[in-house]
Design a protein around this ligand. Structure first.
Ligand code: NAD
Length: 355
């Protein structure tokens, strides 16, 4: 085996256990923070209020207006709250939208952030931030957005409904899969990504079948943590370019977009990533990982066709044009013609195949 790689880790500080949330006051105090602003979406304001009660005097307020895409207006309103309340850190409880707001505050006002993830988006393990202004989503990588502490408490995910959990778990799969099916495989990132794939593919169906199964919930959250870690220290290619295109230009829902496109991106790159595809197949215990991911989406009741998540057939040509505007590093050469065929398969929800 040829060993030849470069790896730069991120400064993760993780606490993972059922009931870990109860340790937040002690952990916050260890980090020296005394005035936390709790962030959440309007849908999770009750969980945010519970957290505020747990923190008692170490919490100065709750900002519960986090929404998808991290709009600049929301960031500006949250910055005002930080200033008015003299907050010294943010504590995000929620999915990628809420974690994203904590990261935006870290970038825009140097506010330390703490993440308590309750979906499988994995954002808390990456250095990637995003802010949307005047309809344009800007993203970047910056070490300042990596949370100073992440608390994974699987008990908090018991309330995640199946229609969100299924696509969210496949979103996590995508973070891991793109870092295995790559030409420049990195042994450390592969370890993270393949264990993520094993855990997610085995336990995701179980949390849909038995939503109250804490062991399965823990395993999926663990998979999401590792998948986020592989994305945080790895790279992206065609798959993320396509997801960014549909999410950014056609406003498709984030996790569902990943779910629909992932099997087709994997099939597209399979011939150029034989070793990664073989390892992925082993981790999933299937012959063809593209088909395996497609079937997994069906098993967990997640969408498998672009037409079912708000895309119109007439949008496909425009999507090809946008996705190929900028140069893209991808194992298989990407041409407009091949991309159009891929999108046609994804639009109709066909079984994935090489195009
Ligand atoms: P989300 O954060 O919008 O959550 C979806 C819905 O589920 C929300 O209403 C939320 O309040 C609710 N919810 C979350 N946890 C719950 C629980 N345990 N019980 C009940 N309801 C719950 O969606 P998401 O898919 O987690 O995140 C998507 C966003 O994250 C996108 O904007 C995406 O761009 C971003 N993201 C960023 C990165 C990164 O590295 N920067 C990685 C992945 C995703």
């Amino acid at each position: 085996m040829k060993i030849d790689f470069k790896y730069q880790g991120l400064p993760w500080n993780i606490l993972f256990s059922p009931g870990a949330i109860k340790k937040l006051p002690e952990e916050l105090s260890k980090l020296g923070y005394k005035r936390a602003l709790v962030l959440s979406t309007p849908q999770q304001v009750n969980q945010a209020n519970d957290l505020a009660a747990l923190l008692d005097t170490a919490c100065v307020g709750v900002f519960s207006d986090a929404v998808m895409q991290v709009p600049m207006e929301t960031v500006t309103a949250a910055i005002s709250a930080v200033k008015d309340l003299k907050a010294d850190c943010s504590v995000s409880i929620g999915g990628g939208s809420t974690t994203g707001l904590g990261k935006a505050l870290a970038i825009k006002s140097d506010l330390p952030n703490i993440a308590i993830p309750t979906t499988y988006a994995g954002s808390e393990m990456t250095n990637i931030w995003a802010i949307t202004e005047a309809g344009r989503k800007t993203t970047g990588r910056d070490i300042r957005v990596v949370p100073n502490l992440t608390i994974y408490d699987p008990e908090l995910t018991l309330s995640l409904p199946s229609h969100i959990a299924g696509p969210s778990g496949l979103n996590a799969m995508a973070q891991a899969v793109v870092n295995v099916t790559t030409k420049n495989m990195n042994p450390i990132i592969s370890l993270l990504a393949l264990d993520a794939v094993r855990s997610l593919s085995k336990y995701l169906p179980l949390i849909i079948e038995q939503p109250g199964n804490l062991k399965a919930r823990s395993a999926v959250l663990y998979g999401a943590c590792l998948a986020g870690a592989s994305l945080g220290t790895g790279s992206t290619s065609l798959h993320h370019r396509l997801c960014h295109t549909f999410g950014g230009s056609f406003n498709t829902p984030h996790a569902e977009t990943h779910t629909v496109l992932l099997p087709h991106s994997v099939a597209f790159n399979a011939a150029a990533t034989k070793e990664g595809t073989r390892q992925l197949a082993n981790a999933m215990e299937v012959n063809d990982p593209a088909v395996g991911i497609f079937k997994l989406a069906k098993i967990v009741g997640a969408p498998t066709a672009l037409k079912d998540i708000g895309v119109k057939e007439a949008d496909l040509d425009k999507a090809v044009a946008i996705a190929t505007e900028k140069e893209l590093e991808n194992p298989e050469p990407v041409t407009k013609e091949r991309l159009r065929l891929l999108l046609d398969n994804a639009y109709h929800g066909k079984v994935p195949e090489a195009v």
